[in-house]
Design a protein around this ligand. Structure first.
Ligand SMILES: Cc1cc2nc3c(=O)[nH]c(=O)nc-3n(C[C@H](O)[C@H](O)[C@H](O)COP(=O)(O)OP(=O)(O)OC[C@H]3O[C@@H](n4cnc5c(N)ncnc54)[C@H](O)[C@@H]3O)c2cc1C
Length: 333
């Protein structure tokens, strides 16, 4: 979808690397924004892969009003804004990010039961809440549905944007509505019927900042919910290389052309291409799970990108299947 930020981004791309934060912009941030402003902030400190060059301006708003100030300021000054949660699905290139990067304010960290019926409850979760905390909060209310997502790193904002999922359950199956911050600082609510989800993607303008989501969950037995959470958590520890920085599944699993058709997962395809354990610089295709790339020794984004391209090209050559990245790759080379 074309919007004001796409235009701005195009103009900025044309002057690649030439952007300087003006004194005027620094003044405006100093006087109008109450949160923390970090200039030239290395993105390896804010992404689970621990790679990525500097963001020109990294902003931590204190509350919703502060976040609105940023959205308005970016519009007025024609500066691209990148939204970020925990950076657990984001790979930032070594040249870093031009413009502003903004994370949700810590005040957006509530989970509350907002409605309930005989056998269901609606849990509202704000965007800064970690996914696993939301699952625990649902369990505290004896609400079931979110358990398969326990252990997925990241925020609820990122999970909604990514339509995160596991074990056959995705955000789209549980969400009833979203609240988002739009252009001009307007807060709007979007009902389920207005939300278009795809595999690992919610189709909303890149400029919409997700503030919260309401999940419709089933009432259940707390002990049974706990047991399921434990099972899913154990599965992650067994299957995923969690001892090294990584970004989760690098590629989406290919979708079958026909319902019921069985096709190999991205991990299987990469494994069959003989790429497990292949290393470039400080990055390696995991021995434990071939759809994971681990940062085992001070990798840079380029190392990871070379492995991504290698896996994509080799699998295409051997099977004809073109793997599509699940990880969001952003920034300049
Ligand atoms: C070990 C590991 C295991 C994982 N397992 C799974 C899994 O089983 N299933 C799965 O789906 N994913 C998995 N992931 C990927 C990742 O954890 C999820 O996609 C998660 O939801 C990302 O949340 P985040 O806050 O880190 O998002 P980020 O990486 O910060 O952002 C992801 C995208 O969302 C956008 N975004 C973030 N917050 C907002 C907001 N408030 N408003 C608007 N846009 C926003 C960003 O611009 C970006 O495009 C895994 C990752 C790791 C490292």
């Amino acid at each position: 979808m074309q919007n004001w930020q796409d235009e701005i981004l195009k103009a900025w791309e044309a002057k690649k690397g030439k952007f300087k934060v003006s004194d005027d912009l620094r003044d405006r941030l100093a006087t109008q924004f109450r949160g923390e402003v970090l200039y030239g902030e290395p993105m390896n400190a804010h992404t689970s892969m621990r790679v990525g060059g500097p963001a020109d301006i990294f902003l931590k708003p204190v509350d919703l009003e502060d976040l609105k100030t940023i959205i308005r300021l970016a519009e007025e000054e024609q500066i691209p804004v990148t939204h970020l949660g925990s950076g657990s699905n984001t790979l930032v290139k070594d040249g870093g990010i031009r413009g502003m990067v903004v994370v949700p304010p810590a005040t957006l960290s509530q989970c509350r039961l907002v409605d309930q019926g005989d056998d269901w409850g609606d849990l509202e979760v704000e965007s800064a809440v970690k996914i696993t905390r939301a699952v625990h909060s649902a369990r505290e209310h004896s609400l079931s549905g979110l358990e398969p997502l326990v252990g997925i790193p990241g925020t609820i904002g990122g999970a909604l944007f990514m339509n995160a999922g596991a074990h056959g359950v995705e955000m789209k199956d549980l969400v009833r509505s979203l609240t988002v911050l739009e252009k001009g600082g307007e807060v709007i609510s979007l009902g389920r019927e207005k939300l278009e989800f795809e595999y690992r993607k919610l189709k909303i303008p890149r400029t919409s900042f997700i503030l919260s989501g309401i999940f419709r969950l089933k009432k259940g037995n707390r002990e049974e919910i706990s047991a399921r959470m434990e099972r899913y958590q154990k599965w992650r520890i067994e299957k995923q290389p969690l001892h090294f920085p990584n970004v989760g599944s690098v590629f989406k699993n290919p979708l079958p052309a026909k319902k019921g058709e069985k096709i190999p997962s991205a991990g299987q395809l990469i494994d069959e291409a003989g790429l497990k354990n292949v290393r470039i610089g400080g990055a390696r295709i995991s021995e434990k799970h071939a759809n994971f790339i681990i940062n085992e020794n001070k990798a840079i984004a380029r190392d990871v990108l070379v492995l991504i391209n290698l896996a994509r090209d080799k699998v295409k050559e051997m099977t004809g299947i073109l793997l599509e990245p699940e990880v969001r790759i952003i920034g300049e080379d």
